[in-house]
Design a protein around this ligand. Structure first.
Ligand SMILES: Cc1ncc(COP(=O)(O)O)c(C=O)c1O
Length: 470
């Protein structure tokens, strides 16, 4: 395909999309200024548009794609499953991929979270965990326990229940009148450290606030929900694992269920399969939440799948002759066989490829390549955990519509990158190597220099150059 015809095709697909597709997380009035990339193909960490240009998928397509696009092993597993069974309802029926997936996830928690309830998107898993928590206490005669606690600036999805425990204004405010009330407690975000304070001090300060709330309201509180180690959608806010230890201890002390939303941070993203594994002190036995929500990476970026893992104690509270005491929640595609098979292929990769150990090497390479950022006076709070890197551009440098300008400048350098406000982050597929890491770091730094060297006062004046055609 020549660049000329490719340009036309790209333009027309983008235009058709703007006319017919209501894009998510997008102010459509502005969408024409940032037309969607018309992606026709993916291969490894790369996405290709219909003009033949390539883009490095720096955020793993909204944090779902762990092993790259068109991965041969995931493709083979799915093709095999497609010829066997695509889907069957999970009420009254079961199938091998769902059973094996539930068994293998349970085993990864040492059998502590041995009951797997399937859904499709992340937000539906959060809804399930909230409903399950309330219903658990109700089944045990604790009818007053119907309130939820969440962390300030946390994010758990955008359905009404999930939004009620989300504190990101841009997603929440318009719907606030519709939402059930939740308690929001101090986030342990380490960036809030006062002079002389460590991230541990911040975590302990946040835990003290949680304790005060529990002491006053625990008779009414069903569950605490949190994103372990990294509050993603608010801008990759990271915290000390001591907060998780404290939250676990307080939930046990005050009879409050602990929901770990591992939708973004699970599946190895923070360096352990479950982020919550890092709550235990080194050498000490694992401690676990009561409920874990998983989605995104679990199906490798191929198909929508989410699930809630629950403890025996919670599961047992639903067993009764009375149907209504059961958990009568369902979605049509619950436990979809293709999605479960993709997830099994993902777990195979973890079991066979030493993914977590290889990621430690990969992370060291990119961290080293990004080292100049630590000395850059234009940015603050450079942070990293596992396969997540983030930094904040200081306010006077960022200027209006920084994220959009950075995104467009990134496109010109073969990056698909979407900052969150002034926070630039990388959550790449688990494919970095000695070639890709320096390349990625060099492109991020060049994009930053480009964007910050143009006056931010008139964001419309700057148009980045077209990216090269492959
Ligand atoms: C921590 C967390 N919880 C829940 C969700 C919602 O998942 P979904 O977008 O699949 O509904 C997200 C999505 O980004 C998330 O990051």
């Amino acid at each position: 395909m020549t660049a000329g015809t490719g340009d036309l095709a790209a333009a027309s697909l983008a235009q058709r999309s703007l006319a017919a597709v209501w894009h998510p997380c997008t102010q459509m009035q502005r969408a024409a200024s940032v037309p969607p990339l018309a992606i026709v193909r993916g291969e490894g960490a790369w996405l290709f548009d219909d003009a033949g240009r390539r883009y490095f998928d720096t955020s793993s397509s909204w944090w779902v794609n762990l092993f790259g696009h068109a991965d041969a092993r995931l493709n083979a597993a799915l093709k095999d499953q497609l010829d066997t069974l695509a889907h069957v309802m999970l009420a009254g029926c079961t199938h091998r991929p769902a059973v094996e997936l539930a068994e293998r996830l349970s085993a990864l928690t040492g059998g502590v979270l041995g009951h797997c309830f399937f859904a499709s998107d992340g937000a539906s898993a959060v809804e399930i965990a909230l409903k399950m928590s309330f219903h658990h206490w109700r089944n045990r005669g604790r009818l007053a326990k119907r309130e939820f606690v969440c962390l300030r600036r946390g994010y758990h999805g955008e359905t009404l229940g999930a939004l009620a425990v989300t504190d990101v204004a841009v997603f929440r405010d318009a719907y606030d009148p519709l939402l059930m009330r939740s308690h929001q407690v101090m986030s342990p975000d380490a960036r809030q450290a006062l002079p002389g304070e460590s991230s541990l001090d911040v975590a302990l300060r946040a835990a003290a606030e949680l304790q005060a709330l529990f002491a006053a309201r625990h008779e009414h509180i069903a569950a605490l929900i949190l994103e372990p180690l990294v509050q993603g959608a608010t801008g990759m806010a990271m915290h000390d694992p001591a907060y998780l230890r404290a939250a676990r201890a307080l939930c046990t002390q005050y009879d409050v269920l602990l929901i770990a939303d591992e939708i973004a941070v699970g599946c190895g993203r923070t360096g352990t399969f479950f982020a919550f594994e890092q709550a235990a002190l080194p050498g000490q036995p694992h401690i676990w939440p009561d409920l874990v929500c998983l989605s995104k990476g679990i199906s490798g970026g191929y198909l929508p799948l989410s699930l809630v893992l629950s403890s025996e104690q919670i599961y047992a509270s639903f067993l009764d002759d009375d149907v209504a005491r059961g958990f009568l929640h369902s979605h049509s595609y619950t436990g979809n066989a293709l999605a479960c098979r993709a997830a099994l292929a993902v777990l195979d990769r973890f079991a066979q490829d030493g993914v977590l150990a290889r990621n430690r090497e990969r992370a060291a390479g990119l961290t080293a390549a990004l080292a100049p950022l630590r000395l850059d006076a234009r940015i603050e709070h450079f942070r990293h955990i596992g396969m997540i890197w983030a930094f904040d551009v200081r306010e006077p440098f960022a200027g209006p519509r920084f994220a959009e300008r950075f995104h467009l400048a990134g496109r010109a350098r073969e990056l698909l990158i979407r900052p969150i406000g002034p926070t630039v982050y990388l959550m790449p597929p688990y494919l970095l190597d000695d070639t890709l890491s320096p390349w990625l770091a060099e492109r991020v730094l060049a994009t930053l220099d480009d964007v910050l060297s143009h006056a931010p006062n008139d964001p419309d004046a700057y148009r980045p150059p077209e990216p090269p055609t492959a």
